[in-house]
Design a protein around this ligand. Structure first.
Ligand code: ZN
Length: 281
């Protein structure tokens, strides 16, 4: 099942994508796609609805972030062995964690703003993991049972803010619009192996990132186990699990960063695609 949210920013309604690719309106069955409908029982109730009985939605309608009221957006850094090599950084002993401010979250096809003063705004296609049930002190063998589903995240990053502004990575990760999430959340029953997904990202039609989640240093289950020792993961929290090689910072001989008018297109096999136009903030 593919769950999504559609409509103007801040007024999104719940929906799903049926198996013909038609958006259907779930209003009347659930209030929104948020943590309270992401547990196994609630998802089963939605799955029991015949999509043909739901109103069709105009395919041109804007999509919002596929999960509303995201509590925490947790991000893992340097989690692909081939991206760590590209960055010239050692493989970490434990998952590197940083936070992205919730105010950065936008829809999958919304404009991405280059913040004022930025010279190094960059892209990162990532697998997003949506938590469905409360997870505290979880063991790896049980970890994936806490997942509601998976989605695409663009972990947009300002490299100067990230590394030179005398702070933590959070500064370069939290700018407005730096967190496109969606187009939809694919429930975990349709993603039997989250470590076998191909990822890609194009800028202006040029392929920049090509990767597979098979190259993760810490797999999804290990990440959930680790994070749940440190804090409770709540339904509706999202974990962005790191990016494969091909970010602008790593391009030789000179890095390439985003400029006004650029178009990013990115996706993950089976999870859909995003498309953002870059604008000046
Ligand atoms: Zn990232």
């Amino acid at each position: 099942m593919k769950l999504l949210r559609f409509g103007p920013a801040g007024q999104e309604k719940p929906g799903l994508l049926d198996d013909k690719g038609v958006i259907r309106d779930l209003t009347g069955h659930v209030g929104d796609i948020t943590g309270d409908v992401l547990g196994d029982e609630a998802l089963a109730r939605i799955a029991a609805i015949d999509p043909a009985t739901l109103p069709e939605v105009d395919p041109a309608t804007r999509l919002g972030p596929c999960v509303g009221s995201i509590g925490k957006l947790l991000c893992i850094g340097l989690n692909y062995s081939d991206h760590a090599a590209e960055s010239g950084l050692p493989i970490p002993d434990h998952p590197i964690l940083f936070m992205k401010a919730n105010s950065a979250i936008v829809g999958p096809n919304d404009d991405v703003e280059i913040p004022r003063g930025s010279t190094k705004t960059d892209w990162e296609v990532e697998l997003g993991v949506v938590i469905g049930t409360r997870a505290k002190y979880v063991e790896k063998a049980d970890a994936l049972s806490h997942v509601a589903g998976y989605c695409v995240v663009n972990d947009v990053s300002e490299r100067h803010f990230q590394t030179q502004l005398t702070g933590q990575w959070t500064k370069g990760k939290s700018c407005d619009t730096f967190g496109p999430v969606g187009p939809w959340m694919v429930t975990r029953d349709e993603v039997p192996n989250p470590q076998a997904l191909d990822l890609w990202l194009d800028v202006n039609g040029t392929r920049r990132q090509t990767g597979t989640t098979a190259k993760m240093i810490f797999d999804v289950a290990a990440i959930i186990e680790h994070l749940s020792q440190l804090m409770t993961l709540h339904p509706g929290d999202v974990i962005s699990t790191g990016t494969p090689p091909g970010v602008g910072m790593g391009i030789k001989p000179e890095p390439v960063y985003l400029k006004e008018g650029d178009v990013m297109e990115l996706g993950i096999a089976g999870l859909g695609a995003q498309k953002q136009t870059v604008v000046q903030g």
